[in-house]
Design a protein around this ligand. Structure first.
Ligand SMILES: NC(=O)c1ccc[n+]([C@@H]2O[C@H](COP(=O)([O-])OP(=O)(O)OC[C@H]3O[C@@H](n4cnc5c(N)ncnc54)[C@H](OP(=O)(O)O)[C@@H]3O)[C@@H](O)[C@H]2O)c1
Length: 354
């Protein structure tokens, strides 16, 4: 290994005694997917551990999370993610332990969350890393307390504004954002209907998470079942999917209802996304429905407030955080494919270190 700043000086109290390896493993985008995502779109490579600049941290990644929105990034349809390109490390949020710190207020040994990407060792700008409680499981930090938990919280409460007694419907309800949306809506006194892709997921939403009803969008009689599950129609529709489910929800909205446009997962895993739904803007006009998109990053100055409330719900058992966990960096591409195919529940997490 070169004699650079990644080697912790033994007499420097700011540095950990952890051994910094010479090389690290990371997953790069081998080819930008044109059709459906496959694990072969990624490749594993081993590279020297990079050296640190001013204010940077060298982090050993403990776990990463994979979200559906990352497929939108690879599709080039997520403006905030920039263009999709090959031969770069796959981006993503992770939790890691600081091995070496060149930052004034973050010490070696701290646990931080940030954009580690799919790599066993990451260099993070200390200004963009959040110090988190190392006693909390990485899967919880990345799930209910991570980007998707915050997305559920602000999307539902700030954009959807559910009132007690109203009907809230959420799509991709068994997923990372969706299962938290439904539970927060129940905490606000709403009647909650989930839409998910299997009977098993639907049963679990009701039996384990307290949803009032759930509908399998893959069933032949989906439209009729959806109508039967929303006898009082819909006041808040939290849309994670777009596509046919959004199309059905639009026709069931109550006057002054709110549609929270969170994401369009039904249109991500393809290079030919379908057109938007019928009835816009006519149905919105007639029913005075507000349809609003949002990005969770817009709420960054309120993340601490949301994490405090979500932590309380987790501690009291009022909120159950579900995760599907994979082991080892090599599993990440397969985890991503499984997520898009609906084979995961809750937040998808890949553990890199025990
Ligand atoms: N606006 C923001 O700031 C923001 C931030 C984070 C995430 N998001 C969005 O939130 C949504 C959920 O993301 P997530 O990370 O929590 O993913 P997720 O819900 O954990 O996983 C995606 C789920 O979508 C379902 N799905 C896949 N293809 C579908 C299709 N054709 N039609 C209907 N459902 C389908 C699958 O479950 P089934 O078994 O039900 O099919 C799958 O489990 C995404 O749209 C994402 O872009 C938005």
């Amino acid at each position: 290994m070169s004699d650079d700043s990644t080697t912790a000086p033994p007499d420097d109290p700011e540095q950990s005694t952890a051994v910094v390896p010479e090389t690290t493993r990371q997953i790069v985008i081998r080819e930008v997917p044109q059709g459906q995502l496959e694990a072969t779109h990624f490749a594993l490579q081993e590279v020297p551990v990079p050296s640190l600049g001013e204010g940077e941290l060298l982090v050993e990644t403990l776990a990463i999370t994979i979200g559906a929105g990352q497929r939108a990034g690879l599709q080039g349809s997520a403006g905030y993610a920039g263009p999709a390109e090959a031969d770069v490390v796959m981006t993503g949020t992770g939790v890691g332990r600081v091995l070496v710190s060149n930052h004034d207020s973050i010490e070696a040994g701290a646990v931080v969350m940030g954009l580690t990407g799919w790599t066993e060792h990451a260099v993070l700008n200390g200004k963009r890393a959040t110090v988190v409680d190392g006693a909390v499981a990485p899967a919880t930090l990345l799930g209910a307390l991570g980007t998707n938990g915050l997305t559920a919280y602000f999307g539902l409460l700030d954009v959807g504004q559910p009132q007690s007694g109203e009907t809230v419907v959420v799509s991709a309800a068994g997923g990372s954002v969706g299962h938290i949306v439904g539970q927060i809506a129940k905490l606000r006194g709403a009647t909650v209907v989930g839409v998910a892709g299997s009977d098993e997921k639907c049963a679990s939403l009701i039996d384990d998470l307290g949803f009032d009803r759930a509908v399998n969008y893959k069933s032949d009689d989906f439209r009729a079942a959806f109508k039967a599950a929303t006898p009082d129609r819909i006041d808040v529709y939290f849309d994670n999917t777009g596509g046919d489910i959004l199309g059905s929800a639009l026709f069931r909205m109550n006057a002054h209802g709110r549609i929270v446009c969170c994401g369009v997962v039904s249109q991500y895993d393809t290079s030919t996304p379908g057109p938007g739904p019928r009835g816009v803007p006519g149905l919105l006009v007639n029913n005075r429905v507000r349809m609003q998109g949002f990005l969770v990053f817009d709420y960054a100055d309120r993340f601490a407030e949301a994490r405090a409330e979500i932590s309380n719900w987790l501690a009291s058992g009022e909120l159950i955080a579900r995760t599907t966990e994979f082991d080892g960096l090599d599993a990440a591409p397969h985890a991503f494919v499984d997520l898009l195919a609906g084979r995961t529940v809750g937040t998808t997490v890949v553990n890199l270190a025990s």
